[in-house]
Design a protein around this ligand. Structure first.
Ligand code: KG4
Ligand code: ZN
Length: 335
């Protein structure tokens, strides 16, 4: 079975083709138009999707060496995300389903992130705990069986990726902030500044990153007040370490409190190599089975949507053509 996946929930226009075993192609076009604004401008995002999507789909088919008529099903993100952006991908998928007379399935973007790991590790064992750390979400999910998601922890303010983006903006490092902070941190000392690790003293699985961002801001203000130069590399490394420490600690609390030994990481922040190596070391030390997607499958991409679509369509599920976009869709919401 060959499935075409489409992802247009935010500022990445992406199309991918998967078969039963592999991701055959996964084309992602990042929209450069937002860079000068330091964040995504919704109307520009939808317009860029309209302009690019058809050629991105063509490229995905060509790279996969699959003809449009050979596609057996089409999957597209229907939420959460920007309404105008979601509409472009969803409408295109429905049009293809109608024209080719093949099933269509709407995919929850957060489920797509979690199931990205399935592209390289089809032997996913249940139950597992998934940490989703992206620009829009920071959640811990207990997955007891396929398609059964229980959110057991979440951020009470900013998402982890959002904190990276905001701190990068404060440090004038550009957008998106995650890769910029990771690069700046390379030459820094992660113990230079003792930034707070929020909510670690609380007996829950929730996160909070907004205070950390404010601490960075206060730290910079006090340096400026005393006419000291800002040690950007040290600030970046210490901030990055604070985020990683909290994500690791809460993920392990989630594993132990639910007697679970399998951990899956998902979302754009999981591209961070310090985060990946810290999780790898701790999981090895505590005999936790860790599965992390390829970095290209962590940030927004259609490969993860196509894989999730493949799993659901193989299970006999499909969506009606009347399916609407759901900008505020949550993981637990009934389909
Ligand atoms: O999953 P994603 O592509 O989009 C959402 O669904 O939000 O995640 C994007 C987020 C951005 O906030 C970006 O700064 C962050 O992932 N990110 C990173 C890295 N690469 C992307 N954060 C830390 N380190 C990275 N290397
Ligand atoms: Zn995402």
């Amino acid at each position: 079975m060959q499935i075409l996946g489409i992802e247009t929930s935010c500022d990445e226009t992406s199309a991918a083709v998967v078969d039963d075993h592999r991701v055959l192609s996964n084309i992602v076009a990042t929209q450069a138009v937002h860079e000068e604004f330091g964040g995504v401008v919704p109307e520009f995002a939808s317009r860029a999707h309209i302009r690019q999507l058809t050629s991105i789909i063509r490229m995905a088919l060509e790279k996969a060496r699959v003809k449009l008529e050979e596609i057996n099903g089409v999957a597209a993100t229907y939420g959460p995300g920007l309404a105008g952006s979601l509409l472009v991908g969803l409408s295109t998928a429905k049009g293809l389903s109608l024209a080719l007379n093949i099933p269509f399935i709407g995919i929850n973007h957060i489920e797509g992130h979690i199931l990205a790991v399935n592209a390289d590790h089809p032997d996913l064992k249940h139950p597992y705990v998934a940490l989703v750390a992206s620009g829009g979400h920071s959640i811990l999910v207990l997955v007891q069986k396929p398609f059964d998601y229980h959110v057991i922890g979440q951020t009470i303010d900013d998402a982890a990726g959002e904190a990276f983006d905001k701190v990068a903006k404060i440090l004038s490092l550009g957008y998106p902030g995650g890769p910029a902070i990771e690069k700046a941190a390379l030459s820094g000392n992660d113990k230079a500044i003792a930034f707070p690790r929020a909510l670690l003293d609380r007996n829950n699985l929730d996160f909070s990153f907004s205070g950390l961002k404010t601490s960075v801001l206060y730290h910079l203000h006090s340096l400026q007040k005393n006419s000291k130069t800002i040690p950007i590399a040290d600030v970046a490394a210490s901030f990055q370490k604070a985020v990683v420490d909290v994500l690791v600690e809460k993920s392990f609390r989630a594993l132990y409190s639910h007697q679970c030994r399998h951990l899956v990481l998902a979302g754009g922040v999981v591209r961070n190599s310090i985060l990946r190596s810290t999780f790898e070391q701790r999981c090895a030390a505590e005999a936790i089975h860790l599965q992390i997607p390829d970095p290209l499958l962590c940030t927004d991409n259609a490969g993860m949507i196509a894989r999730a679509g493949h799993l659901r369509l193989s299970d006999g599920q499909k969506s009606p053509l009347s399916l609407d976009v759901a900008p505020n869709l949550t993981l637990n919401q009934p389909r």
